[in-house]
Design a protein around this ligand. Structure first.
Ligand code: FEO
Ligand code: CA
Ligand code: CA
Length: 671
């Protein structure tokens, strides 16, 4: 989600996810694997198998073993930087629209009509603002699979007729209870079976797997905070029966075939009736037992009107509902009747995502950024090791383990600081009565441990085999010169950077890593920006605000960008999807592969195991930054949007969509 994706009004800006709330601070993956681990190791089920299957599945690994030696070189003609109403892909590639907001997930439904949309209809259709994507193969040929997709938030100004421009955070008068119902149903996750037929991927509307999970779906919780008093509400005295998942941003994929989704800016959905002297709804200093926690998490932020119609989102009426969000949720896409689980052991903060790797000792490690300015990078290490083929046991792995937070030392090392009740400052003296308190208030615990405040940590992605971990730091224009540190060295960091961490000996559970910069973003021709790129960078190649990243079937890094509304003022180039060299002569050298239409953000990025299809999530087309884009020059509305991508039909507003990209004639992408 962009920092300013909901409103551009100055007073509203304060409440969004760029508001600092922390205390003031100064060829084929198989070949890559085979090179590093012997075939004997692979077959006996040590790291190679585990690490590879974490991302690509058993079938992918088996076929990959026969592949030629890897190449980290990308081969495709770069897309020119720029912005217009359409998407653009590298020459020689096809883009197909796989699924759009409002498309049905079952047979026999009418074509989508946004003017006739109801909450009930929305629960049976693809949701809004698609973000993270994961692909789970259903066969060995790579022609069927389940796609899991996050639906992060709603953009009412282009979803609903007659509601006008972007709402203020307070009292958006034209949003009715019916609108709120649709918004709630448009959030969450979609599971959809897809098939490759006739040279194209398409949804299987008859699939038993197709499912929508929304802001109202029943969930449960496990781990140390499950059932704790602070998770109990009037509607759920057990603290174990929860409803809904919110602001699902990025996520992860487990080696046992389940999906992880990160709850990010959940504060925005909570509401108070209390107003300050200026007549505005309060967003801090409410008073009450949890005031310190509320203030540290930005609760309430009053971005949506849900609290008007649903008491659980009104903190004056239900003080604990907010503690039931901002977790990592595990969903089994292969079992449509399964109940999603919120894993409290992974801590409560504004989770960008939850990328997993199986460590060399078999324990699973999950990395997660807390996406706000001056927030932290976290790591979870499971207590137990993965059991190959035992899904039921593996689905308990995220229930118990060690959560820690990163301190980036000036000497190039990273210290992982454990968040354990009773250790160091995490005691009753500082307000912690239990491990549940430490996890519910993980941000406050991390403050006490003196973790390093970062420039909006988004995706944190371990390479499947190299022991490297890449951290996308989107930007932080609020960092002042006296607040810089070695790992966040630029004041007013408008453009972001990428840090490369190294787990020693590939041990992702080690207490100490090392770190270095991969790149510092911005225009390399403008010296004062202090950008760091490969000297061979092309004038069209540089980018700003790295957000999501992924590895392709050859273990090569790719990066998606999210500039928010800043692109129209600071770069004049749309968000996109970039190949990103990490090794040898191409290290630090990006190249644009796909460019978003105006006002859109590049979200989910997912390659199929054979490397021949790339799924990309184009989020909020036509919204961010369009007022400052000269060819349009005003805010988008349903009736008058900056683009009608992807349908370009005069009656249809822009629609967030998943696209499938393939090389003309087939073959691995970028080879
Ligand atoms: Fe939802 Fe941090 O992007
Ligand atoms: Ca993101
Ligand atoms: Ca990722």
């Amino acid at each position: 989600m962009t920092k300013d994706s909901f409103s551009n009004k100055a007073e509203a800006f304060e409440a969004f996810d760029d508001t600092p709330l922390s205390p003031a601070h100064g060829d084929a993956i198989g070949a890559v694997i085979a090179r590093r681990f012997s075939r004997r190791d692979l077959l006996k089920g040590s790291l190679g198998v585990a690490a590879a299957t974490a991302l690509f599945g058993d079938a992918a690994l088996q076929s990959a073993l026969a592949q030629p030696k890897p190449s980290f070189t990308f081969s495709f003609p770069a897309v020119p930087a720029g912005v217009d109403e359409k998407h653009h892909v590298a020459e020689g590639y096809d883009v197909n629209i796989l699924i759009r907001w409002g498309d049905p997930l079952s047979e026999g439904k009418a074509a989508f009509d946004p003017r006739a949309l109801t909450a009930e209809e929305q629960t049976q259709r693809f949701g809004y603002n698609n973000d993270y994507i994961a692909f789970f193969p259903l066969d060995d040929r790579g022609t069927r699979g389940l796609l899991c997709v996050n639906h992060e938030y709603a953009s009412p100004e282009v979803m609903f007729p007659g509601v006008g421009v972007r709402p203020d955070r307070n009292d958006f008068a034209k949003i009715t209870e019916a609108h709120v119902g649709i918004e709630m149903a448009a959030h969450g996750v979609a599971v959809v079976e897809i098939v490759f037929e006739g040279g194209k991927w398409k949804p299987v509307l008859s699939s038993k797997f197709n499912r929508r999970i929304t802001a109202s779906s029943e969930m449960t919780a496990d781990g140390p905070a499950a059932g704790h008093d602070r998770l109990k509400t009037a509607a759920d005295p057990s603290g174990l029966k929860l409803w809904g998942t919110l602001n699902n941003c990025a996520g992860g994929q487990t080696s046992w075939g389940t999906y992880l989704t990160g709850e990010e800016n959940c504060n925005g959905y909570f509401w108070t009736d209390q107003k300050g002297a200026d007549g505005k709804r309060l967003n801090k200093g409410l008073g009450g037992a949890q005031q310190k926690s509320y203030d540290r998490y930005g609760i309430p932020s009053n971005w949506y009107s849900w609290g008007k119609y649903h008491e659980r989102f009104n903190v004056d009426k239900e003080a604990n509902e907010c503690n039931r969000f901002n977790w990592i949720v595990e969903i089994d896409p292969h079992d449509p009747a399964s109940t999603p689980v919120k894993h409290t052991a992974l801590g409560r903060f504004r989770h960008e995502g939850a990328e997993m790797i199986v460590n060399k000792d078999g324990r699973v490690v999950v990395y997660s950024g807390d996406d706000s300015p001056f927030e932290y990078v976290y790591r979870f290490v499971s207590r137990d090791a993965v059991k190959l083929g035992d899904k039921a046991a593996n689905m308990k792995l995220l229930s118990e383990g060690a959560l820690s937070v990163a301190r980036f030392n000036d000497d190039g090392t990273v210290t992982w600081l454990p968040l354990v009740f009773g250790q160091g400052p995490l005691t009753p003296v500082n307000g912690f009565q239990s491990q549940a308190d430490v996890l519910i208030d993980a941000r406050i615990a991390a403050d006490h441990l003196k973790a390093t405040p970062m420039d909006r940590p988004e995706d944190v992605q371990p390479h499947p085999t190299s022991g490297k971990v890449y951290i996308m730091l989107t930007n932080n224009e609020r960092r002042r010169p006296e607040q810089t540190n070695k790992a966040n060295p630029r004041p007013e960091n408008d453009f972001g950077h990428i840090i490369e961490m190294t787990a020693p000996g590939g041990d992702h559970a080690s207490d100490t890593f090392t770190w270095d910069f991969l790149i510092k973003c911005g225009d390399p021709k403008v010296a004062k920006m202090g950008a760091l790129w490969n000297p061979a960078i092309a004038s069209d190649g540089w980018f700003s605000s790295p957000d999501n990243c992924t590895f392709d079937s050859q273990g090569r890094l790719w990066v998606g960008t999210d500039q928010g509304s800043a692109w129209s003022r600071k770069t004049e180039r749309a968000d996109g999807f970039y190949a990103m060299g990490t090794e040898g002569e191409e290290r630090g050298l990006p190249r644009l592969f796909f460019r978003c239409p105006v006002g859109a953000e590049m979200c989910g990025l997912c390659f199929t195991p054979d490397g021949q299809t790339l799924f990309l999530a184009v989020q909020h087309p036509g919204t961010d930054g369009v007022k400052d884009w000269k060819p349009f020059g005003r805010e988008s509305t349903f009736e008058d949007p900056a683009t009608r991508w992807p349908d370009f039909h005069p009656e249809m507003p822009p629609r967030p969509s998943i696209v499938a990209v393939r090389k003309k004639g087939g073959g691995r992408i970028a080879t």
